[in-house]
Design a protein around this ligand. Structure first.
Ligand code: TXA
Ligand code: MG
Length: 306
């Protein structure tokens, strides 16, 4: 399956595919997603099967407007409204109480639904044309690195979908921040493209820390995740001449990474994948600075190296 340029014709065909219960790959600003009608249990089951993902790990539902989000959430509390106004479209996912119209397949029986409006013209156009909320996990096999370009999509995925839309490289490059608003106080379940400080600034109160039972509330928080085939080792300085992501001068089989967190995030998966495809056993990654702006990057490196 070759990736198609998002012409109006391609988008219409992709929207038709979603409407009749098929699966397509769509670009978003974070990573590419494996997209289907979020309200069609049969289509959702197909997505789980293609990804090889355990059924207890729920999907994020993508919408093209706040009204559409209200249509799948039982309640859209004031804090959700403020966050949506500030960060949508964008890399922020809100976990809210779900309505009965959302099948339990989509939400893994949780009673809550994760929803976001992606900041990508192709994704928004596709969702509008399909006329339904669109469930989309990252378009990688379970536990592998999320694709941030169309040619990074694994063959096992591309063989099973009807259309792949090439939206170019993903601007953010890491998955969305997941904020749980369904409990007594808001909590970050997954750090991502919107920082903890940005969320706290809008809410005007600190976000809760992850309690131990989180692994059950957000099953996607498996420790090893977002990992290449190679073993990832985070180190202070990369050993001479070994495959690595470095901040200084790069030798062959090393990739020089930006010192600015957003630029680093945008390149992280593509750089790991580049070295991974050469079949190295270990990829060394020079530890990024501490600092709150690096939280999502540290999270993914920790998961890739677990
Ligand atoms: O940036 C993104 O979020 C990308 C693009 C395609 O939008 N999607 C993505 O989906 O990363 P996925 O399925 O790979 O990750 C979804 C995460 C998982 O950690 C899952 O457990 C969590 O969101 N999640 C989904 N629904 C949830 C819910 N109802 N309650 C708690 N966590 C939920
Ligand atoms: Mg994923």
């Amino acid at each position: 399956m070759t990736a198609l340029t998002p012409t109006q014709d391609v988008l219409e065909r992709a929207a038709e595919t979603i409407k009749r219960g098929g699966v397509v790959v769509m670009p978003t600003e974070t990573v590419y997603g494996l997209a289907c009608d979020a309200l069609n249990a049969e289509a959702v089951r197909k997505v789980f099967e293609i990804k090889g993902r355990p059924a207890e790990n729920p999907l994020i539902v993508h919408v093209a407007s706040v009204e559409e989000a209200e249509g799948i959430a039982e309640r859209f509390p004031d804090e959700a409204r403020r966050l949506a106004e500030r960060f949508w479209p964008g890399p922020l996912t809100l976990v809210l109480e779900k309505r009965d119209t959302v099948p339990s397949e989509t939400t893994a029986d949780l009673g809550t639904v994760a929803v976001r409006m992606p900041d990508h013209p192709v994704a928004l156009d596709l969702i509008r044309k399909a006329g339904c909320p669109v469930a989309a996990p990252s378009a990688n096999p379970f536990m592998a690195l999320s694709p941030t370009t169309a040619d990074a999509i694994d063959e096992s995925i591309s063989l099973d979908v009807e259309i792949i839309i090439d939206g170019g490289p993903c601007r953010v490059g890491l998955e969305s921040t997941v904020v749980d608003l369904s409990g007594d106080f808001p909590r970050i379940l997954r750090p991502g493209g919107v920082s903890r400080a940005q969320v706290q600034a809008v809410l005007g109160r600190p976000l809760g820390h992850l309690p131990p039972e989180t692994v059950r509330r957000s099953p996607g928080l498996y420790l090893r995740h977002y990992a290449p085939n190679a073993k990832v080792e985070v180190v202070d300085a990369a050993p001479e001449g070994r495959p690595a992501l470095v901040f200084g001068d790069a030798r062959s089989d090393q990739v020089k990474m930006p010192r600015e967190p957003r630029a680093y995030a945008a390149q992280l998966y593509a750089s790991l994948r580049h070295l991974d495809r050469k079949g190295h056993e270990v990829i060394y990654v020079e530890a990024p600075p501490d600092g709150a702006e690096w939280e999502a990057i540290h999270d993914r490196l920790k998961k890739a190296s677990s």
